[in-house]
Write a protein that binds this ligand. Structure first.
Ligand SMILES: Cc1cc2nc3c(=O)[nH]c(=O)nc-3n(C[C@H](O)[C@H](O)[C@H](O)COP(=O)(O)OP(=O)(O)OC[C@H]3O[C@@H](n4cnc5c(N)ncnc54)[C@H](O)[C@@H]3O)c2cc1C
Length: 468
């Protein structure tokens, strides 16, 4: 494509910067509202499910919560079927998952909360295929956004300046709406300053989370009594999380991670030793004889960050921010893609009243969309005394109640059901404070006196079969 052909001046043209999950969902939504949509992505995009440079978190386990998938499938009808056909493993979040948390094994029920489990590159590939099939969307890859175009008064963003990565030659892309979906590294804060606006306020939570992920062949005939295994930390004492999830290609994705420098190593022996340090031995035992299918990938996230565009006294018209560019969560809680989907859903609601005043309407409500997932994840992170400065009024009670509630999930189906629905953002977090659940938490009276026992460790099974 010649640079001059990018010099477009059309009404009803929307441009999205960033072709990852937030950008793809946004492009799919905007295609319903605009004559034309252009999605600009710095990376070269290929037609296969591979990690890529612009999404360094791509090799790591990504859980798309049910609410996020519901929104994505609303934008792209049939997406679930596409994922399943591509090999996604479909599981009930409770019945199929052995989950150790807050010192107990969670009771397993058929919750109806469903997880489609696949690698992150496969998810992105399937969603991108849906975007590429839309007749009024053009995907412009190998193009980097270098800054805004704006009106003379600097009150409206009128498009983007583009260049090929590594080049200094710029072209212009004119648009009625510009959406920044360029992730954590977004340069919108600097570009707004160039328009004469103050620096956007930012809240950070210095979680210093380290991830290590490896793919394994799913062992034939292995029947441990679970499809998916999660061993959660017991903050602040145990700072390690581990998970095994089945994915396409008869494989497992295995992720280990930890807070505040307790990061998993990336050598074979260190990875296994770290797994052995989880609260339960099951993950280590499942891995020790399993066949690895590649190297161990690592990723470090120094802090969660929320750029408070919703607090700006003024934002340029014709401009929206979505996804990690707005708020990037501690990934351990699996909220990033769903939170991006919620912002895209909000954008769709705001667009029903047209383009006039869209920026103001969107940012006025976006803070409310981000508040709950941020509260849920930071309340957990704040169990770490090192993060104590960031405590807020009521956080102590929420932590105390949250832990008692998690313990209730070992013996109470209603608690498990509510927990799954809240975690998957199908119900608001305050649902765990319903009068009945509050009574159960406070009195310790629950459905059965018996606690869920969890799967037997393989070592125990082996020794009892030897004894028999
Ligand atoms: C280790 C890890 C694990 C995670 N696990 C989960 C999980 O289990 N569940 C979950 O929901 N979320 C998870 N997340 C978060 C999730 O990855 C993000 O929330 C999600 O990808 C949405 O991000 P995004 O599209 O806003 O930005 P990104 O995914 O960061 O993508 C930004 C895109 O913009 C492009 N770009 C950047 N700058 C420019 C530019 N100037 N011009 C053109 N293009 C540009 C990049 O190449 C990239 O394609 C995890 C994150 C990490 C780090």
């Amino acid at each position: 494509m010649s640079p001059s052909s990018l010099l477009l001046a059309s009404p009803r043209h929307a441009v999205v910067c960033g072709g990852s999950m937030a950008g793809l969902l946004t492009a799919g939504l905007l295609a319903r509202h605009f004559e034309r949509v252009t999605l600009v992505e710095r990376d070269g995009l290929v037609d296969s499910a591979q990690p890529r440079k612009g999404v360094p978190q791509g090799p790591h386990t990504h859980v798309l919560l049910q609410r996020g998938l519901d929104i994505a499938a609303g934008i792209f009808p049939g997406l679930r079927e596409d994922l399943r056909a591509a090999g996604a493993q479909v599981m009930d979040m409770s019945a199929d998952c052995a989950w150790h948390t807050a010192g107990v094994w969670r009771k397993r029920i058929t919750s109806g909360v469903t997880l489609y489990s696949q690698t992150r590159p496969l998810l992105e590939l399937r969603v991108r295929a849906r975007v590429a099939a839309l007749p009024n969307v053009r995907i412009l890859d190998r193009q980097e956004v270098a800054g805004f175009l704006h009106d003379e008064a600097r009150t409206r963003v009128t498009g983007l300046r583009l260049r090929a990565p590594g080049s200094t030659e710029e072209t212009s892309l004119v648009a009625d709406l510009v959406v920044d979906a360029s992730g954590r590294g977004s340069r919108t804060p600097q570009w707004l300053e160039e328009l004469g606006l103050p620096r956007v306020e930012e809240t950070r939570m210095e979680v210093d989370v380290g991830y290590a992920t490896r793919l394994y062949r799913r062992p034939a005939g292995f029947n441990p009594g679970w499809e998916m295994l999660m061993v959660s930390p017991e903050l602040p004492r145990l700072r390690r999380f581990g998970a095994i999830l089945p994915i396409e290609g008869n494989r497992w994705t295995v992720t280990l991670c930890g807070w505040l420098k307790d990061h998993p190593p990336t050598d074979d022996a260190g990875f296994l030793a770290y797994a052995r340090g989880l609260a339960q031995p099951h993950l280590y035992e499942a891995l020790k004889n399993a066949e690895p299918l590649g190297p161990i990938s690592s990723h470090r996230l120094p802090h969660s960050q929320w750029r408070h565009y919703e607090r700006m006294s003024r934002m340029p018209e014709g401009f929206i921010v979505v996804g990690d560019a707005f708020c990037s969560f501690n990934p351990i809680y699996g909220q990033g893609m769903t939170s991006a989907a919620l912002q895209v859903e909000l954008l769709g609601q705001c667009l029903r009243r047209g383009l006039g005043g869209l920026t103001r309407r969107y940012f006025a409500r976006a803070g409310g969309v981000l508040k709950m997932p941020w509260l849920v994840s930071t309340t957990e992170d704040l169990r770490l005394p090192e993060l104590g400065d960031a405590r807020f009024p009521g956080s102590g009670f929420l932590q105390w109640y949250g832990e008692r509630f998690q313990q209730l999930t070992t013996a109470d189906s209603e608690a498990v059901q509510t927990c799954m629905e809240v975690m998957h953002m199908l119900k608001p977090p305050e649902s765990i404070l319903s009068p009945r659940l509050l009574w159960k938490v406070m009195t310790g009276r629950h459905e059965t006196a018996e606690r869920a026992r969890g799967p037997e460790p393989l070592s125990v099974r082996a020794s009892s079969s030897r004894a028999a």
